[in-house]
Design a protein around this ligand. Structure first.
Ligand code: SF4
Length: 899
């Protein structure tokens, strides 16, 4: 692995659970950086997706929290931490340890996580520490523990390249884990790996699959029970493995055996023929990996979904061997690290739970004065307890629950009512920061230093290359400070290396092979060795090969290939998984199923990716993806606005009409917040239904009503300055995205259009009507555009948004000025909507290349450069090729805006 080349710093991407290594060369002012994939990092071998490539755009200090504050007043760290300590101390004294809580994040580093968990569970004496990873992979954790006796991902990324069949369940991997998807695509090119996608939607991932099973939302258990039943009667059944290494086969089969082909077809909405094809392919292909993600986990039956998948691998003995096994991919960069330390309320520490011997062991190791004796409150329960008054003080760290938790308006109300809300964060724009009594300025990627663990159990360093700005401090430091102020020993760490050593030592403490998680080989890592630590996979027990400097990638780091599991008798358990329907089902009042998820170029609540004009150029506003027939029945037209609602909340969203959606099912991305849209916090509409085992919310299956919104006009504007709150509050709809040197807004309203133009544009503006009758105004400062606004009273604005946005950084020539007044770019200048973010290639350029003879993705790449870097846009390129062949407009997500 390359540590430092020409002042490059080797670190790890802070976004998804692929955990790509990146090499960073910061600019001298620290506000940007050149970023490239680390060719030697085993997660990505030099690849990066566009989010990773654009990390350098996200380093600016705009909207950065730089100083502590209490009740809105800037103060010192000393006073802020004294306020935190006073609040926690008083609550614990008066109401006991369960009156306080930490809500942390898969974004923090393992060292931060370790200290938070030690403080809450070992010293405060409560298990009320949970994490936003509860929303991400808690069902996988529960499924693993039920089947394997421990939370273990058996395989590694090589398995994806050594498989002959990959089944992806509930995962838009091409957008959400792009580098893994690219690794799979490369392997397919080489060995012809078959790809089966199980997803209610057509997505960028289903494009190019050998078989797409567009399952009825929530019916996965029925499908995998039927597959289990089929496999149990096929030659693929591994009798010896079942007999020697498992329990529970008969019980599980007695449930799954009821799933016949006709009945399963009815439950899943799939044809018997497709089911048969899938079952035969699975049975016939020994090297099969089943990848699953949020479509499985975020469900009221999430744990059963996981176990129904694992059952199919146990019945065939296909686990822990090259190219085979169940494979849960984590959404967040350090969800796995959180699982290791015990960041979930139902874990104690280092893969130990609340068995009496575990409690005694951890208590002894920590010299804990008051160790927790049982599980604490999981995320949804925790915020219910805040609202009910049970929790009097909560510290939220590096997460935005007012946007991301289900029933998000209730979370907002809970925090509003809580006596002490402490928030450690970096962005003033976080909706949760606005509700904090104490705000602590945290360090972020580029400033933090520590470790993270990716989806294949690989621990990598995040290294700092920037000085913390203002008074920002590390989370582990702030947590240790609280521990000391509360009078506890055990928090005098002098840096993350010391924390890492203690954590590695605990992993090995009285382990002797009892627990899967053991990194005892690293227990004596010195500070210099920690600085140069190379990525390694666990397990790494003391005496094992991997030591500082050597990569231990390899088949010997798969689990369970010897049939040894971590249950009492070392046998895996088949779990009987009865099929249950999702908790909220469509009704006359709420006839649509609401699915939520990620888009290609944004991350979580956009406090980081929203700073990048590159990333904001692909999809610039929140949208509702809906089937054409449903749109027609509702009176929704392309690029119009819709209002979706239920008893929990409502949202206003741009309409994207596409046959990728099933009838009566809609999709809305989860990234938009009050900071960048008038009403698009989609989790405000998600019911707080959770899986009974894992506590994970059912974020993939809400129910909503949908109506058209009929504004008097639609508008688009670019501006060097943000619009005022007063202006925004007077609108029916707005969404803002970053543009280079400014902002781009989609707006709609009811006030007379000319009055709105007068309000937003100043007296110096040139007001005019475009040739197609849209109201417009432009403001110039010498040869620079200051603001452009256009409003249409006849429907969504038609404009070349990408071109107009680019004008903020362009010298305005007379020709361009004429183009502005004419409402269209001078010939050959408009690139159109951004498709390839890496290389800045727009739809007009791609269509031009196709019209000139490019007939393949490679041909488009040769002509324009699109798709030649990270490859995430290749499905959209294929869609444009198909649309051109059919002489039809493409149905791609970014066609939302009526350009
Ligand atoms: Fe970062 Fe994930 Fe993209 Fe890799 S695939 S660069 S970890 S967002």
């Amino acid at each position: 692995m390359t540590e430092q080349v020409n002042k490059e710093i080797a670190t790890t991407c802070p976004y998804c659970g692929v955990g790509c290594g990146v090499l960073v060369q910061p600019s001298s002012d620290g506000e940007s950086a050149i970023v490239r994939g680390d060719p030697d990092h085993p997660a990505n071998y030099g690849r990066l997706c566009v989010k990773g490539s654009a990390l350098g755009d996200t380093l600016s200090l705009q909207d950065r929290i730089l100083h502590p504050s209490v009740n809105g007043q800037t103060t010192s760290w000393e006073d802020a931490m004294e306020e935190v300590a006073r609040g926690f101390r008083d609550a614990i004294r008066q109401h006991g340890p369960d009156s306080v809580a930490f809500y942390v994040s898969g974004q923090i580093l393992t060292e931060d996580y370790y200290v938070a968990n030690k403080l809450m569970k070992g010293f405060i004496g409560s298990s009320n520490i949970d994490t936003n990873s509860r929303l991400c992979m808690a069902s996988s954790v529960a499924g693993h523990k039920r089947a394997f006796g421990t939370d273990t991902v058996p395989g590694c990324y090589e398995d994806l390249e050594e498989a002959d069949l990959i089944v992806m369940v509930g995962s838009n991997l091409a957008w959400c884990h792009p580098v893994l998807y690219q690794r799979i695509q490369s392997a397919r090119d080489k060995r012809g790996t078959k790809l089966v996608i199980i997803d209610p939607r057509q997505t960028a991932t289903t494009d190019g699959a050998d078989l797409h099973l567009a399952i009825t939302p929530g019916a996965d258990v029925a499908l995998f029970n039927a597959l289990f039943h089929y496999l149990s009667e096929s030659a693929a059944r591994d009798e010896r493995f079942i007999e020697t290494h498992t329990n529970g086969y008969s019980d599980a089969l007695s449930v799954a055996g009821e799933f016949t082909l006709p009945q399963t077809a009815k439950l899943t909405g799939l044809s018997e023929r497709d089911l048969q094809t899938f079952f035969e392919l699975f049975a016939a292909t020994e090297r099969t990996v089943t990848i699953y993600s949020q479509g499985v986990n975020q469900s009221s039956a999430g744990s059963d979904k996981v176990n129904s998948i694992i059952n199919c691998h146990l019945v065939t003995g296909r686990i822990g061997k090259p190219g085979m096994g169940p494979f849960s991919v984590t959404g967040q960069p350090n969800a796995m690290g959180g699982r290791e330390v015990g960041g979930l309320a139902n874990q104690l520490a280092c893969h130990m739970d609340f068995a009496p011997e575990d409690i005694i062991r951890v208590e002894r190791f920590w010299k804990a004065p008051r160790i927790a004796s049982g599980p604490g409150l999981k995320a949804v329960e925790m915020f219910d307890a805040v609202l009910s008054g049970q929790i009097k003080a909560i510290w939220i760290m590096a997460t935005n629950p007012v946007v991301s938790l289900p029933n998000a308006d209730k979370v907002k109300a809970a925090l509003g009512a809580c006596p002490l809300v402490v928030v450690s964060d970096v962005a003033t724009t976080s909706d949760t920061v606005a509700l904090a009594d104490v705000v602590l300025p945290a360090t972020t990627w580029g400033e933090k230093t520590g470790t993270v663990t990716n989806s294949e159990r690989r621990i990598s360093r995040q290294r700092s290359f920037l000085k913390p700005p203002g008074e920002a401090r590390h989370d582990w430091w702030a947590l240790c400070d609280l521990g000391k102020r509360l009078g506890y020993d055990g928090f005098d760490f002098n840096g993350p290396a010391a924390i890492f050593r203690e954590y590695a030592t605990l992993s090995a403490y009285e382990n002797d092979g009892l627990r899967d998680f053991d990194i005892g080989a690293y227990a004596n890592t010195s500070d210099p060795e920690y600085d140069t630590l190379k990525p390694f996979q666990w397990p790494a027990p003391a005496g094992d090969v991997p030591l500082h400097g050597e990569d231990n990638t390899g088949s010997d780091h798969r689990f369970f290939q010897d049939g040894h599991f971590y249950t009492k008798d070392h046998k895996a358990l088949f779990v009987a998984t009865a099929f249950t329907a999702p908790a909220s089902l469509p009704s006359n009042d709420l006839p649509f199923i609401l699915n939520t998820g990620r888009v290609r170029d944004h991350w979580h609540t956009m406090t980081r990716t929203g700073k990048s004009s590159t990333l904001s150029g692909h999809i610039a506003e929140p949208y509702l993806e809906i089937h054409p027939k449903d749109a027609d029945q509702l009176g929704l037209t392309a690029a119009s606005l819709s209002r979706i609602s239920n008893t929990y909340g409502e949202a206003v969203l741009r309409v994207l009409i596409t046959e990728r959606m099933q009838r009566k099912s809609v999709f809305v991305p989860m990234h938009w917040s009050a900071a960048n849209s008038s009403a698009a916090r989609v989790d405000a509409l998600i019911a707080p239904n959770t899986d009974p085992v894992s506590g994970q919310p059912e974020s993939k299956h809400g129910t909503v009503a949908i109506k058209p919104l009929s504004p008097a006009w639609y508008g688009f504007l670019v501006s060097r300055r943000p619009l005022s709150d007063d202006t925004l509050n007077a609108l029916d709809y707005w969404a803002v995205a970053t543009s280079t040197e400014g902002y781009r807004y989609e707006i709609a309203g009811s006030e007379p259009a000319d009055k709105v133009i007068d309000t937003i544009a100043t007296d110096t503006a040139i007001t005019f009507k475009t040739p197609d009758g849209q109201h417009a105004a432009a403001m110039f400062e010498a040869d620079r555009l200051d603001l452009f606004i256009t409003l249409s009273e006849s429907g969504p604005v038609v404009a070349d948004r990408a071109w107009l946005s680019s004008l903020l950084t362009t010298t305005i020539t007379p020709e361009i000025r004429l183009g502005i007044l004419a409402g269209r770019p001078p010939a050959g200048e408009g690139t159109g909507r951004l498709v390839c973010s890496c290389n800045g290639v727009g739809v007009n350029q791609i269509e031009d290349a196709i019209s000139k003879g490019a007939q393949s993705v490679e041909g488009i790449g040769a002509a324009t450069g699109a798709g030649t870097t990270c490859g995430s846009c290749k499905p959209e390129l294929r869609a444009l090729l198909r649309a051109a062949a059919a002489k039809a407009p493409p149905s791609t997500p970014a066609s939302i805006a009526a350009e």
